[in-house]
Design a protein around this ligand. Structure first.
Ligand SMILES: [Zn+2]
Ligand SMILES: [Zn+2]
Length: 269
């Protein structure tokens, strides 16, 4: 089966991407995709880090993407997206970056909560994972209320590291109420969630978020859902999309959203 789409992935316009945007687009075409959105990182709280200065790559992408859309328009429907990380950590910068470019699609992500590094780097012997999850979900709720993005990126991201890599069990029961509140807020604001299939090829072995959350979102009335591999190289592009589609169908979805000019178009699954 051809892989129909991929709505979350990274190129060398991200600090951790391995292939150029054009290489990624060619791979998407090779995989038979009809719809493809590149979503390079824009990490607001790391914007001025010396290791990777975002200003220039983000500006470059705004030039490259329209050119590639035109170049490949007969072969694939290409969209210009961005994965906006930690948007609330510097609102002046976030607003400037949102006003400066014409993104098709914005994934709102939280890779680290205020005052702490990326969940990937934290030492869970020193910081209580349960405490971190408390503030993680509070920050997601704040993001959903702010509402200036299209879908919430990889809900349950910290579990990739806490449960997957470190093997620490966490009790998710205390978060049911706040996750419902996050979902209700997203739905009220005409926003969605994604199924991020990266977890399927990582130690955690589950998508982010898992089926039960996708179903809960649907049951509460959520109808905007995207699916993305979160590939950082050509090789991973499209991985897990077929499994993601099955999860979406089992949760009740019959359509997946593809954003163009910040508006969802629906693709039957
Ligand atoms: Zn991410
Ligand atoms: Zn990503």
């Amino acid at each position: 089966m051809n892989i129909p789409f991929d709505f979350h992935n990274h190129s060398t316009q991200s600090p951790d991407g391995e292939n150029s945007v054009e290489e990624m687009v060619l791979r998407a075409i090779e995989l038979g995709m009809k719809h493809y959105t590149i979503t390079d990182h824009l990490e607001i709280n790391k914007f001025y880090d010396e290791e990777f200065l975002y200003e220039e790559p983000v500006r470059q992408s705004s030039v490259i993407l329209p050119q590639l859309k035109e170049k490949f328009k007969d072969r694939i429907s290409l969209q210009y997206g961005v994965e906006l990380g930690q948007a609330l950590h510097d609102m002046t910068l976030t607003n400037r970056m949102l006003d400066s470019y014409n993104y098709d699609f914005i994934i709102g992500s939280c890779h680290m909560v205020r005052g702490y590094d990326d969940f990937y780097f934290l030492d869970y012997n020193e910081i209580d994972p349960q405490f971190l999850l408390d503030i993680y979900f509070e920050e997601l709720l704040e993001m959903a209320e702010w509402a200036q993005f299209d879908v919430l990126g990889h809900l349950t991201y910290p579990l990739r590291y806490i449960v997957g890599d470190k093997g620490i069990a966490v009790d998710m029961e205390p978060y049911k109420a706040i996750i419902d509140e996050i979902f209700r807020t997203l739905i009220k604001n005409n926003m969605g969630i994604e199924i991020n299939t990266s977890g399927l090829r990582q130690k955690i072995g589950r998508p982010l978020p898992d089926f039960e959350y996708v179903k809960r979102f649907y049951d509460l009335g959520g109808r905007i859902l995207t699916i993305g591999s979160d590939a950082h190289c050509c090789e991973d592009l499209g991985k897990g999309i077929a499994e993601g589609i099955e999860i979406a169908k089992n949760a009740g979805f019959s359509e997946i959203a593809c954003f163009k000019n910040r508006k969802p178009e629906f693709i039957k699954i």
